[in-house]
Each structure stands twice: as structure tokens, then as C-alpha cells.
Ligand binder design. Sequence first.
Ligand SMILES: Cc1cc2nc3c(=O)[nH]c(=O)nc-3n(C[C@H](O)[C@H](O)[C@H](O)COP(=O)(O)O)c2cc1C
Length: 157
Amino acid sequence: MNDQNLKDAWAAFPTGVSIITSKDFHGECHGMTANSIMSFSIDPPLVLISVAKSRESNILIKKHRKFGLNILNSDQNEIANFYSAPSEKKIINKINWDLVKYNEVYLISNSLVKMACNVVKQYDHADHTLFIGSVFKLEVEKRKPLIWYDRKYAELV
Ligand SMILES: Cc1cc2nc3c(=O)[nH]c(=O)nc-3n(C[C@H](O)[C@H](O)[C@H](O)COP(=O)(O)O)c2cc1C
């Protein structure tokens, strides 16, 4: 087993695509494309996200103790591409999408699911941090999800 085998294994696992949003040091929206997300519990409403320590988002979420979780619809792959770029490339926003702010959490308009969360626990291990977020705002739309499979974006047929 090596890194490549492991990456190939995870490329065989289809997931949805989300953007985890945080607030940058100027109070602007910072985003990161993420698929290491899951429901932690329904009652209470908790989610779990895994963020590499090397990501700008890791620092920002630890600072503000809040994040937005936006599950993307099949029309939003441009947004996924934009937010998977390294932080320095995100300075110029070349495509347009609307953000709403709820209780200091940025949410991406038209997303399939929008959740605003407070960090209630964090666990650093190896090169990642697991954040457990308590959901205090939830909106769900009826649309098709964006899919990540075999290192490409796809949609359900
Ligand atoms: C489909 C997809 C899923 C990703 N999922 C995660 C993830 O769950 N956690 C993570 O730390 N990085 C993930 N990444 C990588 C980040 O999106 C990428 O490193 C981003 O540039 C981090 O942004 P930041 O450093 O500005 O916070 C994913 C990338 C893609 C394309």
C-alpha cells in the first residue's frame, strides 16, 4: 500500500460536494471545497467535518468557532473549482454567486443545503482537525446534487 493506492481507493467512492465557509481576517467570506463531511447526530443536530491543518480554513475556523456547510447542486461545479484552489488564488473572484450572512456565517445562495454551525468540539490528529458543529440554521432545496467521483465532477442521471 502507498499514497497512490489510497488515493485510488477513495477515488472509487462517490460523494457529494460541499463548500465549508469561514470568515477571513478582513471579515470576508473564505471557502474551501470539502467532501470529508458527515452527519454526526440528528438529535442534537451535529455535523462532522475534517479539515487539513495546512488549510487556511483550519486557522479561520479555529479562530471564529463557526462555519457554514453548503452542499452544492449540480449547477455549482464552478464554485467547487474556485474554492478548491489554493488560498492565494481565491483573492480574485472571477465568477459571480450570491452569499448570504446568517449570524456571522456566510452561506452560498442556491445551494442544495445550507447549514450554519457553531464549533462545539475539535480534535487534532495527524495532519487533520475534526470539527463537530452544532447546526443552528438549516435550509434545504429540492435540486440534484453535484457528485465527486473518479477525481471529476459529475451529476446523477
Ligand atoms: C472534491 C474535493 C474535496 C475536498 N475535500 C477536502 C476535505 O474534506 N478536507 C480538506 O482539508 N481538504 C479538502 N479538499 C482540498 C481543499 O478544497 C483545498 O486544499 C483548498 O485549497 C483549501 O482551501 P484553503 O487552504 O483556502 O482553506 C478537497 C478538494 C476537492 C476538489
